[in-house]
Structures are given as C-alpha cells and as structure tokens.
Design a protein around this ligand. Structure first.
Ligand SMILES: Nc1ncnc2c1ncn2[C@@H]1O[C@H](COP(=O)(O)OP(=O)(O)OP(=O)(O)O)[C@@H](O)[C@H]1O
Length: 336
C-alpha cells in the first residue's frame, strides 16, 4: 500500500527584494515527506530554512512552485493547511500574563475545539511535556526551556498530524535541549505525528532525525539519513603514528594502496587519510604496514560528522558559516 506524502513540493521558490535587489531565499525546493517521518532541515544561518517553513505553513506565499501540505494546496487552501498543522516559530509564543493551563485552553478555542476536548488535550500535553509543576505559572515566569516546551504544547494542542518546529532548541542549555527532544520524540511515538524541524545543531540532526535535508544558499544539497550521508559524502579519518619521520614517509604508499586515497604526512611522524568506511580498513592497513616492516605506534579511526558532510558538499565548514550560538536571533514575523 502506498501512503500519500504529507508534504509534497515542486520547485518551491521564494525571492525577496531587498534594496531593489532580488534575494533568492529558497530555490526550487522539491521534496516529499511520508507521514510519521522526523525530518531535520540543517543549514547555516541564512540558508533558507525558515523561509521554507514559512511557505509550507502558509505564512508567506511562494514566488514560484507548488506544495501540498497535509493534503491541501498551500496557495489555494491555506485555511485547510493551517487547521492540520502545528507551527512553532523562532520567537516564543504565549501571552505573558496568562497562566500555562489557560494559554493551552485559549489555543484550543482558537482552533475551534470544544472546551471539554481542549481540557483533556491540555492535560495530556501537560503530562507528556512535563509541565505539571508550572501549570498555574504565568508565561513570563517560565524559564527558556519551559517556554519552549509550552510552545510545543501549543503547536500540538489541536493534535495536528504534522508539526513544524523552527529551531526549537536555539538558546537552550544542553539539558533543556535533551529534554525537549525526549518530549518531542515521545509525542511522535504516541501520536504518530510527522515532525519537520530546522536546526543549527549538527548533533541533534545526527542523533534524532531519521532523515536530514541539508540546505545551503537556498537549495537542498543533500537529502538522506545521517549515516548514509556520512558514508557516501564523507569518510572516516584514519590516523597513524610511527616512531620516526622516515617510517611515516615510507607508510604513505602503503596506506595509499590500502585505502585508495592520498594520505597526508603530518608533524610528529603522523600520517592521516580520509576514506569512506575507513574504520573497516583499519585492520587491513595495520597488517599492510606491519608486512612492510613499519612499526605502527598508534592507530585511530574517527567517524565523520555531518559537518564533514557539509564540508565535502560545499568546501566550507557548517560551524564557520554559522552564527555564534549566543548571538541574538534576528526579529522574525511569527504567527500561530
Ligand atoms: N522578509 C525578508 N525580506 C528579505 N529577505 C529575507 C526575508 N526573510 C529572509 N530573507 C533572506 O532570505 C535568506 C534566507 O533566510 P532564512 O531566514 O530563510 O534562512 P535560515 O536558514 O532560516 O536562517 P536562520 O538559521 O538564521 O534562521 C537570507 O538571505 C535572508 O536574509
């Protein structure tokens, strides 16, 4: 049985005009997402992630292209799309003076839920997002992590089959980030919700997403599972230490032969080489070096990260192109 995609886009493009110059924020986004998938949209600052999300959530119209989200056309049926999705933008939502529990009920009313249903749903979300202890606090009394969890509860109030989270963990400490992910994963397990999340954090995309879309300069430049991206686009870094610089030099052709890649001679009688599935080559490399009479003092294999994938794709490091983690967010338009 084939399942219809919950997100399907064809050539989705957004251009802005800034000082009379066109800015291509998103170019030719063509993707298909299956219900229940957890997709991470990864890319540096300004890559076009938020703009993509804002088109998919009907907040801004595309310049070109089409998209169906939750079964409806984003241009022609934006109301139908909005009724079936949750969206948590970059700025915290919530009326500051309202209590957490009341805030959830207001959101339910906004989506036309019956009060009894809204109260039941609010109880469920308060329990699964660990908000019990702060239920009667006002929004302004919450910590950053608590506010972010409330945001997610608000986005899920009407039990949407699809939720978009725009950088849900930016600005949170590592513990709150881990908690937030734990809650998001549990909600997904319990409700089968499709989660589409943008993040700057490579580790998060690597660890939690089953599919990673890498975006750069408005275009999706890779789309696969994190392990597949790493296996095909980046390699393990193998490093060997020898007793002398002469031995290290003599190891170069041996390692080139075993790995099929060009090894680099480093300082301190060290040689490194990057090779796909390199960890599997490590024993063979050590045997070949031994057979050549070269004494290997140390041998390490470091698996690639998504940053290595980005580097292989663009020649730039994702972290370098990204803004500093503590830099304040630029103000953005939000909608709920
Ligand atoms: N309203 C707007 N008017 C003009 N240009 C915009 C607007 N919104 C976004 N842009 C530009 O479009 C490009 C993509 O921005 P976008 O916010 O989508 O990137 P992003 O990947 O989400 O970045 P971040 O990680 O900072 O949120 C950038 O060059 C940005 O300056």
């Amino acid at each position: 049985m084939t399942t219809s995609p919950i997100i399907e886009t064809h050539g989705l493009t957004k251009r802005f005009t800034v000082k009379k110059q066109p800015v291509a924020a998103v170019t030719d986004l063509s993707i298909s997402v299956t219900p229940g998938e957890l997709v991470a949209f990864l890319g540096p600052n300004g890559a076009g992630k938020s703009t993509s999300l804002r088109m998919l959530t009907t907040l801004i119209p595309p310049t070109e292209g089409t998209a169906r989200v939750a079964g409806f056309d984003i241009r022609r049926q934006p109301g139908e799309v909005r009724a079936r999705i949750g969206y948590v933008g970059q700025l915290t939502s919530g009326s500051f003076a309202q209590r957490v529990g009341d805030e959830l009920l207001s959101q339910g009313a906004f989506y036309g839920m019956r009060r009894a249903d809204a109260a039941r749903r609010a109880d469920e979300l308060i329990a699964s997002l660990g908000l019990q202890a702060i239920r009667t606090r006002t929004v302004q009394q919450l910590s950053g992590g608590q506010k972010r969890r409330l945001d997610i509860a608000l986005g899920l109030m009407h039990a949407p089959p699809l939720i978009f989270l725009d950088e849900p963990s930016t600005g949170l400490d590592p513990q709150s980030r881990a908690n937030l992910w734990e809650h998001t994963l549990r909600l997904r397990e319990e409700h089968g919700t499709t989660v589409f999340v943008t993040t700057h954090y490579l580790e998060e995309a690597d660890r939690y997403a089953e599919r990673v879309l890498v975006m750069d300069q408005g275009r999706v430049i890779a789309d696969d599972t994190a392990p597949a991206l790493k296996a095909t686009l980046a390699g393990d870094l193998l490093a060997f230490g020898f007793d002398s610089a002469d031995e290290a030099s003599a190891a170069l052709p041996v390692l080139a032969q075993v790995t099929g890649r060009e090894p680099l001679l480093g300082p301190d009688a060290r040689v490194s080489v990057t090779a796909p599935s390199g960890d599997g080559l490590l024993p063979a490399a050590i045997r070949a070096l031994d057979a050549a009479g070269l004494g290997v003092r140390t041998a390490t294999g470091v698996p690639p990260t998504l940053d290595d994938v980005f580097l292989a794709l663009t020649g730039r490091a994702l972290r370098e192109t990204d803004r500093a983690e503590n830099e304040p967010e630029p103000a953005k338009e939000t909608a709920r």
